[in-house]
Design a protein around this ligand. Structure first.
Ligand code: PEP
Ligand code: MN
Length: 266
């Protein structure tokens, strides 16, 4: 069902009035994790200040260590919804288990399925039974074929509102947190009819690479770019190495706009 052969025209996923996969690339910014109302609100104000329509934030955080901050859970989703309504932003947040889905639907505009859950087939099927758009991230060690099949699980249950997100894969290379597989973008666009995003934060794990990798993503035809923004990354409870502070985000976003104008991209 996700195959370009079964549907030649691009799928457009509309979230909060923004048609994802049509025309200009979309941007999804927000904190790695929701830590407090104030922290989330500060980022939302910066994102909305750029005229953007979407925001991300993690409430259920899949952390490597059980002793690390696990997220605020439902309270985090409530903060996201409040802040989203205040600033006119559609909310994207990760859900990690089918048992949280029902209550989450009240608070999020897009269900994110994270890299670690790309082959959580019960979660994929449950998300496929909802009528919310799903942002599906590529697994840490998933081939493109496995990634496409994961999207197929969602669509097989009737939900065709899917955004794919390349977020880097694990290779022998240690210079970056993961290896951004930039060629996955045109391959996924050829093989499927779904919009394709690039997450420049979890792929690189390096603040100095966010801008060049975002430019590469846009140049190669990505339908959107995801990155993390925190008012004070040094004290962030997760991903403190690669989140942008608000002035850095300002420059990052403005540079991308200049880049897009310069090359008349899309
Ligand atoms: C995230 O986007 O918050 C996240 C945990 O990313 P990933 O699933 O790609 O590691
Ligand atoms: Mn993160």
């Amino acid at each position: 069902l996700v195959s370009r052969k079964s549907k030649p025209e691009d799928t457009i996923v509309t979230v909060n009035g923004e048609p994802i996969g049509e025309g200009l690339p979309s941007f999804v910014f927000g904190p790695c994790a929701v830590e407090s109302y104030e922290q989330t609100e500060a980022v939302a104000a910066a994102v909305a200040g750029k005229g953007l329509k979407l925001m991300r934030g993690g409430a259920y955080k899949p952390r490597t260590s059980p002793y690390d901050f696990q997220g605020l859970g439902l309270e985090g989703l409530k903060i996201l919804k409040d802040v989203g309504q205040k600033h006119g932003l559609g909310i994207i947040s990760e859900i990690v288990t089918p048992s949280h889905l029902d209550e989450a639907l009240e608070y999020v505009d897009v269900i994110q399925i994270g890299a670690r859950n790309m082959q959580n087939f019960e979660l994929l099927k449950a998300a496929g039974e909802t009528n919310k758009p799903v942002l599906l991230k590529r697994g840490l060690a998933a081939t493109i074929d496995e990634f496409i099949h994961a999207a197929e699980y969602i669509m097989s249950k009737g939900n065709d509102q899917i955004i794919l997100c390349e977020r880097g894969i694990r290779t022998y290379e240690k210079a970056t947190r993961n290896t951004l597989d930039i060629s996955a973008v045109p391959i996924l666009k050829q093989e499927t009819h779904l919009p394709v995003f690039v997450d420049v934060v979890h792929s690189t794990g390096r603040r100095d690479l966010l801008l060049p990798c975002a430019k590469a993503a846009i140049a190669i035809g990505a339908d959107g770019v995801m990155a993390e923004v925190h008012p004070d990354p040094a004290v962030a409870l997760s991903d403190s190495q690669q989140q942008m502070d608000i002035p850095t985000f300002d420059k990052f976003y403005d540079s991308l706009q200049v880049f897009m104008k310069q090359y008349e991209l899309k």
